[in-house]
Design a protein around this ligand. Structure first.
Ligand code: ZN
Length: 185
């Protein structure tokens, strides 16, 4: 029997070959899940749409002042996590009287309920940045890094996690501090 070909790392396709080589070493050793569990200790406590709304608003209010208001923030079970679309941001235009008003919504794939806070923060920052920048260009990523300096590291580690899930693995993060403690109240 021939050995299995190396899995195509679809979530990591944008990274350079030397980085992918390191990922393949972790995969060959079966250490990807263990590495993630060691690096990120706990899952977060943002469990409901209400808690998610508050979480997104708190980052928006401190890091993206003056941005358009959000009409809806929710976890979405129907949202499939794809290589390029981890969450969605929509601007629903609807006629109100004679004026056209844009409704801004942020939906986050349900899988982010069971991750460390860093991954939820990364996807939140990504979707908030789209309130100001539509394309995934330099200005967009600068805004992401303004809101979260470790944005690129969190995105890379999230993509490692998605790769791990894609290959049939899982990571059971223990639950961390309560929401009140996390919010510093
Ligand atoms: Zn995007």
């Amino acid at each position: 029997m021939r050995p299995e070909p190396a899995p195509a790392l679809k979530y990591l396709a944008a990274y350079p070959a030397h980085v992918l080589a390191q990922v393949h070493v972790l995969l060959d050793q079966g250490q990807l899940g263990a590495m993630l569990l060691k690096k990120y200790l706990h899952s977060h406590a943002v469990r409901t749409d209400r808690a998610l709304y508050d979480y997104v608003q708190s980052i928006k209010a401190t890091k993206l002042r003056g941005s358009e208001p959000l009409s809806k923030v929710a976890f979405d079970t129907k949202l499939h996590v794809m290589a390029h679309a981890l969450g969605t941001h929509t601007a629903v235009s609807r006629v109100q009287g004679s004026r056209l008003k844009a409704k801004r919504e942020i939906r986050v794939a349900t899988l982010f309920k069971d991750t460390p806070i860093e991954f939820l923060r990364m996807i939140t920052v990504h979707e908030l940045a789209h309130l100001k920048e539509r394309a995934h260009d330099k200005a967009f990523y600068q805004l992401c890094c303004h809101m979260e300096p470790d944005y690129h590291q969190f995105e890379f580690d999230l993509r490692l996690y998605l790769t791990h899930l894609d290959l049939g693995g899982k990571v059971d993060w223990p639950s961390g501090p309560s929401l009140n403690t996390q919010a510093g109240r």
